[in-house]
Design a protein around this ligand. Structure first.
Ligand SMILES: [Fe+2]
Length: 168
C-alpha cells in the first residue's frame, strides 16, 4: 500500500486509508476481530446483533515516531492488532479517563497501580487489543531501528438503526 507513497518526514508515521476492513484480503482478520468483539459484548451483556467496523487502518511508526494521546469519539469499542513489534516499540499507554484526577497530583514517591495515571500494556506480534473507545491512549516514540506496524479499528454498536451508545 505504501508503494509510491512519499516517504514520511523524520519522526512521522504513515497511515493507510481507513477502509481496510472493506478489502477482500482483510476478510480473515475482520472475521477474527468480529469474533473477539462478539465475546467482549457478551461479557458486557450488550446486544451484538447489529454492529459494524467504522474504520480500519494500518499504522507504520518508524524510529522516533509516536502517537499522541487521543480517543475515538462516536464509537463504542476501539482496537489494535499488532503486526510487527520490536523491543523499544512494543507498548501502548492507556490514560486514566477520570478528568477530575488531574485537579491535583501530589508528587508520587513510588509508582504503584493505585497512584499511576496510566497503564502501559506490552504487546507483541499477533496481539489483539480491544478497549472502550472513550479511553484515551497513546504510543511512545519508537526506540527501535525498525518499523512498528499495527492495524487500528473502531466500531460502534448499533441496534438496528439506533445507537445503543455513543461513547473509539
Ligand atoms: Fe487510537
Amino acid at each position: 500500500m505504501r508503494r509510491g507513497a512519499p516517504q514520511p518526514a523524520s519522526g512521522q508515521g504513515w497511515q493507510s486509508a481507513p477502509t481496510l476492513h472493506e478489502r477482500e484480503d482483510f476478510r480473515d482478520l475482520v472475521a477474527c476481530v468480529n469474533r473477539a468483539v462478539k465475546s467482549v459484548l457478551e461479557f458486557l451483556r450488550i446486544g451484538h446483533d447489529a454492529f459494524e467496523i467504522t474504520g480500519c487502518w494500518a499504522n507504520v511508526l518508524p524510529k522516533g515516531a509516536a502517537h499522541r494521546t487521543h480517543s475515538h469519539p462516536n464509537n463504542f469499542l476501539s482496537g489494535a492488532y499488532y503486526v510487527r513489534t520490536h523491543p523499544g516499540a512494543d507498548t501502548i499507554n492507556f490514560h486514566d479517563p477520570r478528568n477530575q484526577t488531574g485537579i491535583i497530583r501530589p508528587p508520587v514517591v513510588e509508582l504503584t497501580a493505585e497512584n499511576t495515571d496510566q497503564v502501559v500494556v506490552n504487546v507483541r506480534n499477533g496481539t489483539l487489543l480491544l478497549f472502550p473507545a472513550y479511553l484515551q491512549h497513546s504510543v511512545d516514540a519508537n526506540m527501535s531501528e525498525q518499523e512498528r506496524v499495527s492495524l487500528s479499528f473502531k466500531r460502534p454498536v448499533f441496534l438496528i438503526t439506533e445507537h445503543l451508545s455513543n461513547p473509539l
